[in-house]
Design a protein around this ligand. Structure first.
Ligand code: C2E
Ligand code: MG
Ligand code: MG
Length: 657
């Protein structure tokens, strides 16, 4: 059986209180007895001393003279509180008394108490008597000297005493009991409960205790727990860290990937899983020793960590094998740039324990989710790709599938060539007329870029503009397009031709803070009327606007340029956007024109035309290839069209104007 501190305290206190009560009860009885003795003694000592006095006084007095000694009797009765009256009797006849009340009340019966306590005797006894004897002419005379005990006085004496004793006996221990109980509770029971909770949950550290022993236990517990916590953390870190390099180990990598795969799945994002293996690391170990090999690995670990971003991850999973996980890259070009950066920084010449070393690495790349959606398949496929990189001559990276590898290579080549093409002046602007539906007259042209590659011939913008937008090359290329178009405008102006030019500008260009100034200064430089220039923007731009940049369209219109919303209907456009932003032209995308003879397609085109008319916009249909389409557009009162039906985009010199 187990008892709680509270129960233990209660039982102990009950025992203590029982013993106290018994002790005090015993003391009380003794005290009562002692008091009784005092009263008894007081009565009897007066009785005996009066008896003695009287034996002398009465020796020469006759029976009739006895009452004359009454003053002596009175004094005794007055002096002693417990004596109510003093009587002198001869046999049973009253001879003298202090109280006339007893004149006739003759005390006959002798009170006889046996085997009772002094307290009971004093309480029960009503009188005390003693013989007063003396000799007169050799004859013995004797009287009875009787003290009538004042019962009230005696009892009240005890009552008073009993009440005080009761107070001490009952209430005082109760108060003491309560106090001890409270103290035990606050000093022992509550702290122990706190310690129990602390031991169990280890969350809230109890504040210090008053009792020294408990405080020592608390202190030791705090110290032990913090040591255990520290050891746990150390073990946790150790279990996730590669001892040699200090990088994450396989455990930590698995944990990181589990989390990353979950978020990538949810957000539908991609990440790259790189399997990196050092080239010919074995020969470093064999020729320079393991110490140098270890130092080299340590150094390379810091190199890789320093070139990747914070939320990327690098782990060492074997001798010279590392896994690098890269995320948040914007394009394959950016990804390959990072991979190249890792390889370049690893291959830097370094001095390890006085040995100059330079080492290359081969990297296999698997992409999530295309090449694997779980850790094992990513590991396996990147490993295969890494071997492919080794096979192809080491010191390079390889993507998992040949197809992907080819695509990456193509993108990289395109990226390089595209930039070089600008230097080589391989870009050209073609122009496609915009025709008024009613008059069939050319009202303007749209400038469309072409890449005239000496190797591949004329390249369509759709093959390089998306990549240029991805890697920001569009900013440079776009500048060239604008300048080129403005130059052409000036040329036509000088030739006396009044042709406005629509220039396609990408979102990134327009969101560039210096765009408006750039356009304005070019117009000024070539002395071109801004009214001759129209800028084609896409719906996507409108979504990108915020309070800081949404006035760029207003600024351009203030200069005098007009704005066309290109490819309308393919994006996220809504009526509210059209109302909110300053736009002059609305270009219906070619995909709608393809379906003009379909009922749903027609409804769409007509809705756009009506909406545009309501907003006072000029509506231009793109990709018009047939006379039927033109007739249809005329019937629904579309303003202008553009398309192969009238003319394909052509170089300026070949343009029929
Ligand atoms: P876009 O601005 O919508 O240009 C219209 C595209 O439709 C042009 O393709 C044009 O050649 C084509 N097109 C016009 N009429 C017809 C037709 O009747 N039938 C067919 N099948 N196609 C027709 P292009 O020149 O290949 O340009 C494609 C896209 O590339 C353009 O679409 C534009 O978004 C972009 N782009 C072209 N030049 C530039 C430029 O200088 N800067 C920027 N940022 N983007 C440009
Ligand atoms: Mg366009
Ligand atoms: Mg278009």
């Amino acid at each position: 059986m187990r008892i709680s501190v509270r129960q233990f305290t209660t039982i102990t206190l009950l025992c203590v209180i029982a013993i106290t009560y018994i002790g005090m009860g015993f003391y009380f009885i003794q005290q009562q007895e002692r008091t009784a003795k005092v009263i008894h003694k007081s009565i009897y000592s007066d009785l005996y001393s009066l008896s003695y006095t009287l034996s002398k006084e009465l020796a020469n007095k006759s029976k009739e003279q006895v009452p004359s000694i009454r003053p002596i009797l009175d004094r005794t009765a007055i002096d002693n509180d417990f004596v109510e009256a003093v009587l002198i009797l001869q046999d049973n006849n009253l001879i003298a008394t202090t109280d006339p009340f007893y004149d006739k009340k003759i005390i006959k019966n002798v009170e006889y108490f046996e085997n009772i306590s002094m307290y009971d005797e004093v309480r029960l006894r009503t009188y005390a008597e003693h013989e007063v004897s003396f000799y007169r002419i050799n004859k013995k005379y004797s009287y009875r000297l009787v003290f009538i005990i004042d019962k009230n006085e005696v009892l009240s004496y005890f009552t008073e005493y009993n009440v005080t004793s009761l107070i001490y006996l009952l209430i005082a221990p109760l108060i003491v009991f309560a106090m001890i109980f409270i103290l035990m509770k606050y000093l022992l029971a509550i702290p122990l409960e706190k310690l129990r909770q602390f031991a169990y949950y280890q969350n809230k550290v109890p504040s210090s205790f008053l009792l020294k022993e408990l405080e020592t236990i608390r202190h030791s517990m705090v110290q032990t727990f913090s040591r255990l916590e520290q050891e746990k953390n150390e073990l946790y870190i150790m279990s996730r860290t590669d001892e040699l390099s200090g990088l994450a180990n396989r455990n930590a990598l698995d944990e990181y990937l589990k989390h990353l795969i979950e978020t990538s799945k949810r957000k539908k994002t991609e990440f790259a899983f790189l399997f990196l293996d050092l080239d010919d690391f074995k020969s470093v170990n064999d020729s320079l020793g393991h110490d140098v090999g270890d130092e080299l690995l340590k150094h390379l670990a810091t190199v890789i960590s320093s070139v990747i971003r914070d939320n990327d991850c690098v782990a060492r999973i074997g001798g010279d094998e590392f896994i690098v996980v890269l995320q948040d890259y914007k394009s394959l070009v950016e990804l390959t740039t990072i991979i190249k950066r890792i390889q370049d920084s690893l291959s830097q010449k370094m001095v390890v324990l006085t040995n100059p070393i330079s080492i290359n690495s081969s990297i296999g790349v698997a992409l999530y989710p295309q090449n694997g959606t779980d850790i094992l398949s990513l590991m396996k496929h990147s490993d295969i790709a890494m071997y492919e990189a080794k096979n192809k001559g080491k010191a390079q990276y390889h993507f998992f599938t040949d197809d992907l590898n080819q695509r990456v290579q193509d993108v990289i080549t395109l990226d390089k060539d595209m930039r070089q093409a600008l230097v080589n002046k391989e870009y050209k602007l073609f122009y496609q007329p915009k025709v008024d539906i009613l008059t069939n007259e050319v009202v303007g042209v749209e400038a469309l870029i072409r890449w005239d590659s000496p190797l591949k011939g004329l390249i369509n913008p759709l093959t390089f503009i998306p990549l240029a937008e991805e890697n920001n090359f569009i900013l440079e290329l776009g500048d060239w397009v604008i300048e080129e178009a403005i130059k052409q405008s000036k040329k036509w102006m000088d030739e006396g031709k009044n042709i406005s030019i629509s220039i396609n500008v990408s979102t990134k260009q327009l969101l560039d803070m210096s765009f408006v100034d750039k356009v304005a200064s070019l117009l000024k430089q070539y002395n071109v009327d801004p009214k001759q220039i129209d800028l084609e923007i896409t719906e996507y731009l409108l979504l990108k606007f915020n309070e800081n940049n949404s006035n760029v369209l207003d600024k351009l219109r203030e200069i005098g340029l007009s704005i066309s919303l290109d490819d309308f209907g393919t994006g996220y456009s809504s009526l509210s956007y059209l109302k909110k932003f300053s736009i002059d032209y609305l270009k219906i995308d070619k995909s709608f024109m393809d379906d003009y003879d379909d009922k749903d397609g027609a409804i769409f085109i007509e809705t756009i035309v009506k909406m545009g008319q309501t907003l006072n916009l000029v509506i231009i249909a793109e990709g018009v290839e047939t006379a039927e389409q033109v007739a249809y557009l005329k019937s629904i009162r579309c303003d202008q069209y553009q398309g192969y039906y009238f003319s394909k985009p052509l170089p300026a010199e070949k343009l029929f104007l």
